[in-house]
Design a protein around this ligand. Structure first.
Ligand code: ZN
Length: 418
């Protein structure tokens, strides 16, 4: 595993191009790791907090965090199970269908997914009779996939894992990874590994949040320690090109507040021409200044103003005697709650569908995480929605709060009462 040279000395270098990082993108203060939910018996213990400061590289414009914590500590026993979000499972089903029908993957193809989580996506290929392999670093999450009949190996991905899988089971026709590229500290080792594991005529697809949308839609709360890199399209193109891979198609998706799905192949595979969408998106980013430092510099003040507006709403609601419950305990909620200093002084509790989180407390802010039924019992005036990307799904499930005049509050991109 690679670490940033100089990490811990107050200096760090770009994890892609190696340039010394000098420009802060946004500084969100000190924050605990977003998935370290606190068990009741830990309530009297101290918690580690780490700086949450994002930099932008003046050479390649990769927005990134320094690596403070080894991924083994973050992902060894991870509490995120993809299958608990209905809309995400449906997104995965549509993707699998598109890749098997339109792109002609069949029983002769081999699908490998990196960071396959609990098998929420590969299960669709398994049902279609396509051989699959999941690669998942969190043993507890991989175990759930194996129990569902999805072959899964517990490993971090990089050059070594790629060579091992290639020799054990062969290269991949379709190599995919959703919401993993941003979570990789050793970015170059990871992309080089994909190049190794891909068949000469194979296709890579990856999905990751688009930095363009993060900035446009003010999604500062998607910055957390586990999320090391934030990509514009033209920067990710450079990263792939440096490892002999060409991005030949790109789609813009609504997932996670605005993501990219890129399609890549070996640079020398001319059978798959580069479609016009690639140059068009690159042009749009360059036209909007994504290769100029000033574009990034304005973001920090926008974030500070967002904090003031969120606190203004919460203070006003409490002064008029309103009750507020949270919805969700996602990673992004952790950043928002800690950065804004929102604890039980504002939110009585929060709820989450995942039984792995229920009965615990949010990291740092120590807000109790309960089962969603609690909202019906306590009838809060406001439900403060932390996973704003799932707002429609949550508003549908919780529409009964209208019975007592309850309203939803969404903090991002700006405070809205619905
Ligand atoms: Zn760089």
């Amino acid at each position: 595993m690679s670490t940033s040279p100089g990490a811990g000395n107050g200096y760090c270098d770009c994890r892609f191009c190696g340039a010394r990082l000098r420009h802060t993108f946004v500084d969100l203060g000190m924050s605990p790791l977003c998935q370290t939910h606190i068990a009741p018996e830990q309530l009297n213990h101290m918690e580690p907090f780490y700086p949450l400061r994002a930099y932008v590289c003046h050479e390649c414009f990769l927005v990134q965090l320094e690596e403070y914590v080894a991924p083994g500590d973050i992902f060894g026993d991870y509490a995120y199970f993809s299958s608990y979000a209905d809309s995400w499972v449906e997104h995965a089903r549509r993707y699998a269908e598109a890749m098997t029908r339109r792109r002609g993957r069949g029983a002769h193809s081999r699908v490998v997914e990196i960071a396959s989580n609990d098998g929420y996506l590969l299960q669709h290929f398994v049902r279609a009779g396509i051989p699959v392999l999941g690669v998942e670093p969190a043993a507890n999450v991989a175990q759930v996939a194996v129990e569902k009949g999805i072959p899964t190996t517990v490993r971090f991905f990089g050059r070594d894992t790629a060579r091992a899988i290639a020799s054990e089971t062969g290269q991949a026709d379709l190599l995919l990874g959703n919401n993993v590229l941003a979570h990789v500290p050793g970015l170059n080792d990871f992309v080089a590994g994909m190049q190794i594991l891909l068949k000469p005529r194979g296709v890579i697809t990856m999905e990751f949040p688009h930095l363009y949308r993060l900035m446009e839609r003010n999604q500062f709360d998607t910055i957390y320690h586990e999320h090391f890199s934030y990509f514009s399209f033209f920067t990710v193109e450079k990263v792939f090109a440096a490892h002999g891979l060409t991005i030949f198609d790109v789609e813009e998706l609504d997932t996670h507040g605005g993501s990219l799905r890129i399609f890549a192949r070996h640079a020398d595979n001319g059978a798959l021409p580069v479609v016009p969408a690639v140059a068009a998106l690159r042009r749009r980013e360059l036209d909007e200044g994504f290769a100029r430092l000033e574009t990034y510099a304005a973001f920090a003040e926008q974030v500070r103003e967002t904090k003031r507006a969120i606190l203004e709403f919460l203070i006003g609601a409490k002064r008029t005697g309103k009750t507020i419950a949270g919805y969700g305990a996602p990673g992004k909620g952790n950043t928002l709650l800690n950065y804004c200093g929102i604890r039980q002084d504002f939110l009585d509790y929060t709820v989450d569908r995942s039984p792995y989180k229920q009965g615990k407390f949010t990291p740092g802010t120590r807000i109790p995480i309960l089962a969603p039924e609690r909202i019906r019992e306590t009838r809060p005036d406001y439900v403060f929605v932390l996973p704003w990307n799932l707002l429609d799904e949550i508003a549908g499930q919780m529409s009964y709060i209208r019975e007592w005049g309850g309203k939803f509050v969404v903090p991002i991109p700006r405070v809205r009462v619905l």
